[in-house]
Design a protein around this ligand. Structure first.
Ligand code: PGA
Length: 244
């Protein structure tokens, strides 16, 4: 059974209301695409407006959520709130949260469960640090993070994003052979067949070759998703992006 490609953009802590024009421009330049799911994860402040502009061709997602349901948690956002704002996806376990806020895989699994319970599809991020790579622990780390970050019973719609920490925002990427090797190993750790994205310095110039790697079901794109022209070029580099 073939897995439908997914290309997701993570705006991180960037974006003002004026940047919603990038979503309109992206829609205009892509037209109606068949064969590829496109998701943009803007900051929460822009989510509701982005959802309205993006629909129906592009879906939107949150970048993180809290475990559990609404409650007295100042500054946090629940998965249910994201859904109410128009999100249908949610990134969890991004390395900027694992590293910057000490989020463990157990916590990430709780967030993924909260997302699923709210009707969102979680994009669960995993990936090794440079030290772990140098120590030859990449496969072990990625496999363990997948096993521990996937909530029990996670359905096949759940998405894993393999993002080497040292490749994020650095312009560095693993070789295509390394991406293929880790994606194959990641797949071994999955309880059911799921989409596994590559993330980390995906740009218009390298997207096509990455999309052709065996086992890569799409990309999670950071910096290059902020500008419509770059994100459109990445999406159109996917062989499944046939214009209708
Ligand atoms: P990058 O970020 O594309 O800017 O490297 C990827 C990510 O953090 O998801």
């Amino acid at each position: 059974m073939s897995r439908r490609p997914l290309i997701a953009g993570n705006w991180k802590m960037f974006g003002r209301r004026r940047d919603l024009a990038e979503i309109s421009a992206l829609k205009a330049s892509l037209g109606v695409l068949q064969g590829v799911d496109i998701v943009i994860c803007p900051p929460s402040t822009l989510l509701a407006a982005a959802a309205t502009i993006a629909a129906p061709e592009i879906l939107v997602g949150g970048q993180d959520c809290r475990v559990g349901i609404d409650g007295a948690f100042t500054g946090d956002i629940s998965a249910s709130m994201l859904a109410d704002a128009g999100a249908s996806w949610c990134i969890v376990g991004h390395s900027e949260r694992r590293q910057g806020y000490g989020e463990t895989s157990v916590l990430v699994a709780g967030k993924a469960k909260a997302a699923m319970d709210a009707g969102l599809i979680p994009i669960i991020c995993v990936g090794e640090t440079l030290e772990e790579r140098k120590a030859g622990q990449t496969v072990e780390v990625v496999s363990r993070q997948i096993r521990e970050s996937l909530p029990p019973g996670a359905p096949a719609t759940t998405v894993i994003a393999y993002e080497p920490v040292w490749a994020i925002g650095t312009g560095l990427t693993p070789t295509l052979a390394e991406i293929a090797e880790i994606h194959a190993a990641a797949r071994q750790a999955l309880p059911v067949d799921m989409r596994v994205l590559y993330g980390g310095s995906v740009k218009p110039g390298n997207a096509a070759e990455i999309f052709h790697v065996e086992g890569v079901d799409g990309a999670l794109v950071g910096g290059a998703s902020l500008k419509a022209a770059d994100f459109a070029a990445i999406i159109l580099a996917h062989p499944a992006s046939a214009r209708r």
